[in-house]
Design a protein around this ligand. Sequence first.
Ligand code: CO8
Length: 255
Amino acid sequence: MTQLISERQGRVLTLTLNRPQARNALDNAQLERLATALEQASGDESIGAVVITGAGRGFAAGADLKEMASRDMVATLQDPRPGLWARIDGFPKPLLTAVNGYALGAGFELALLSDMVVAGENARFGLPEITLGIMPGAGGIQRLLRAVGKGLASRMVLSGEPIDAREAWRVGLVARLCPPDLTLEYAQQLAQRIAERAPLALQAAKQALRQGQEVGLSQGLSIERQLFTLLAATDDRQEGIRAFLEKRTPKFTGR
Ligand code: CO8
């Protein structure tokens, strides 16, 4: 059985986590597949955006607990996971997650790492690690804290209880809420529209959005201005403005 299904539609690549027998748990082999697929997509000019989704009823039930159970502290120290997560995090193009059902632990961390989450009304987001005697370790605490602030992040991390899709949408974790049978379609349509934009502008805007979450306002403004200025050297900037003035659709080339 293919554990990571890869499908192309126009300029959008959809990657489907497909380990239903383990509720799509993210073992190291699956993170490696994801990292490799994203690196290939990064180098492929014909791909403008990627959607990650889960097969079956849920998105992903976290790290693979059967794999994790056998790891002692030394094995955890030597675990390739941090490196695999860094490779996934380094994907420079727009990355969407389409979430139905549970996104727990590492599954939620993957959604938090993505640029935006499209969620079905049946989605549940949670960090249940504390109920297992551990804590999130792949960025879940840091990203959640920055995304929703101390109150909700503390509630979720310390209680381990999930929140539903509506609450996640209200606090801005979810970019678009939809009926569960339309989640993937909505995510792919949104990704398709995004993928039609100028690739270098997308990359720069993604960088500004991400770095903006890490730095103070004045540094963020400076990064934004520098990236904006760099785009003035691109063909696509000339094409985009010219097309508007000539009342036609722009033809972007990624140059
Ligand atoms: N890992 C491995 N197998 C799993 C996992 C998992 N995370 N989740 C479910 N499974 C397996 C079950 O063991 C079961 O297998 P089997 O049929 O062999 O008994 C099968 O999937 C079906 O499970 P359920 O019967 O429980 O399925 P339900 O549909 O009733 O429930 C849930 C689905 C709600 C998702 C439930 O399975 C569940 O709560 N799973 C565990 C969720 C969890 O605790 N996740 C956190 C994992 S820890 C983590 O992500 C830490 C990341 C930090 C990494 C740091 C790295 C540096």
